[in-house]
Ligand binder design. Structure first.
Ligand code: PSU
Ligand code: MN
Length: 336
C-alpha cells in the first residue's frame, strides 16, 4: 500500500543515499530499477554502466549485445548492474530488458541524444531519450550512491585541444562525483598526455590496474605514458577508494585497465586507423562539430577497420566490467 503511493520508499528513508532521497522527495523524474533499489538499500555492490557507448559508441545490434553481456559479467562477480540512461525524459538507474532494447535499437530510436551534464535538464523537460556519457553517468551514479562505474573509454583532451578547447566534460565531472571509474584508459583519438596532465591538475587519482604503471590506450595496453599508481587486485583498489572518501575527498578516481593481451596484436593495426581517422577529421574540419566529434571518430575507425575495432571495443569493456564488479564487491565489504 505504502509502496504503491511511494515507489521508492526504501530509498527515501535511506541515509547513505541522501541526495537520491532528496531528489525523490522533490519528485525528480528518476526511476530506480527495483533490483538496484534493493541493492542500494541493503548495501550490496552495484556497478553503474553508461549508455552513450550504446547509442553513439557502436552500431546496433552489437551495441545491444555488448550492453547485455556487460550486465551479465557484472552479475557474475556478485554485483548488480545499473545501466543508466534517459528514457522519455525520465532518468533510469538500471534498465529493464525491453528498455535496453529500445535505447539500443537505432532503427526505432534514431532520436536518442548524447547526454552530457549541460544537456540533462533540457532533455528531461523535452522528454527525450538519451545515452548518458561518462559525465552524466557519473552524476547519476553519485546521486544514487553508486560507488563504482565501469566503461570502455573516458573522454579527454582532444588532439589540438590547446586551440579548439575541446576538453571532455568527463574530466571535470570526475572532480565533482565520488565514484571510482574503471576504463581501458582513454582512446588514442585523444591527446593522452594532455588528458593525464589535466587530470593531475584536477587532482583526480589515476591508478593503472595492471602489472605495470603503463597507462593503457584503449586498443593497446600501453600509451607510452605512466600512471602515478598501480594496483593489481580488487581489494587494494577498493581500499584506495575507501581511504579517499574516509578523508572526505569528494572527487572520483580513475582505474585504467589494459585491454586483454590477446587483443594487443590487432591493437597496433587499429592504431593506424585511429591516426587516419584523426587526419581526416583535421582535413574535414570535424572539430567544428562539437559533441559530434567523438562519435564521428569512433564511427570512422569502425569503417576503416572493417569492424575489427568493434571486437576489441567489446572485449575491453567486458574486461572493465569484470574488474569493476570485483572492485564493487570489495568496496561493499569495506563500506559496511
Ligand atoms: N570513448 C569511446 N567510446 C565512447 C565514448 C568515448 O571509446 O562511446 C563516449 C563516452 O560516453 C564518453 C563520451 O563519455 O564519448 C565523451 O564524449 P566527448 O568527447 O564529446 O566528451
Ligand atoms: Mn567535446
Amino acid at each position: 500500500m505504502l509502496r504503491r503511493s511511494f515507489p521508492h520508499q526504501r530509498l527515501i528513508s535511506l541515509r547513505n543515499a541522501s541526495t537520491l532521497s532528496v531528489a525523490l522527495k522533490r519528485q525528480a523524474p528518476i526511476d530506480v530499477h527495483p533490483e538496484v533499489e534493493d541493492a542500494l538499500a541493503s548495501g550490496k555492490p552495484v556497478v553503474a554502466l553508461e549508455s552513450t557507448i550504446i547509442t553513439h559508441g557502436m552500431p546496433y545490434p552489437t551495441s545491444l549485445e555488448m550492453a547485455q553481456s556487460v550486465e551479465r559479467i557484472v552479475r557474475s562477480t556478485g554485483s548488480i548492474p545499473a545501466t543508466i540512461a534517459l528514457l522519455g525524459g525520465r532518468i533510469k538507474i538500471g534498465l529493464h530488458p525491453a528498455e535496453l532494447e529500445r535505447l539500443a535499437d537505432q532503427r526505432s530510436n534514431q532520436t536518442a541524444i548524447k547526454l552530457s551534464r549541460r544537456d540533462i535538464a533540457a532533455a528531461i523537460a523535452l522528454k527525450k531519450d538519451g545515452g548518458t556519457t561518462c559525465s552524466s553517468t557519473l552524476i547519476f551514479a553519485a546521486l544514487a550512491g553508486i560507488k563504482v562505474f565501469a566503461t570502455g573509454g573516458l573522454g579527454g583532451v582532444h588532439r589540438g585541444g590547446e586551440n579548439t578547447m575541446d576538453v571532455s566534460a568527463d574530466l571535470h565531472e570526475l572532480t565533482r562525483c565520488p565514484v571510482g571509474l574503471v576504463s581501458a584508459g582513454v582512446k588514442s583519438i585523444l591527446d593522452i598526455r594532455r588528458t593525464l596532465e589535466y587530470l593531475e591538475t584536477l587532482g583526480v587519482p589515476i591508478v593503472s590496474y595492471a602489472e605495470t604503471n603503463d597507462f593503457p590506450a584503449f586498443y593497446t595496453r600501453r600509451s607510452g605514458l605512466q600512471s602515478p599508481w598501480r594496483v593489481n587486485d580488487p581489494k587494494t583498489a577498493a581500499q584506495i577508494l575507501h581511504t579517499h572518501w574516509q578523508l572526505g575527498m569528494s572527487n572520483g578516481a580513475l582505474f585504467a585497465v589494459p585491454i586483454p593481451a590477446e587483443y594487443e596484436a590487432v591493437g597496433s593495426t587499429l592504431q593506424e586507423a585511429v591516426e587516419q581517422a584523426v587526419r581526416e577529421s583535421e582535413q574535414q574540419h570535424i572539430s567544428n562539430l562539437g559533441k559530434e566529434v567523438t562519435p564521428w571518430l569512433l564511427k570512422r575507425v569502425g569503417e576503416l577497420t572493417g569492424g575489427k575495432s568493434l571486437a576489441s571495443n567489446v572485449a575491453l569493456i567486458e574486461n572493465t566490467a569484470l574488474v569493476g564488479g570485483q572492485i564493487a564487491v570489495e568496496y561493499a565489504k569495506l563500506a559496511r
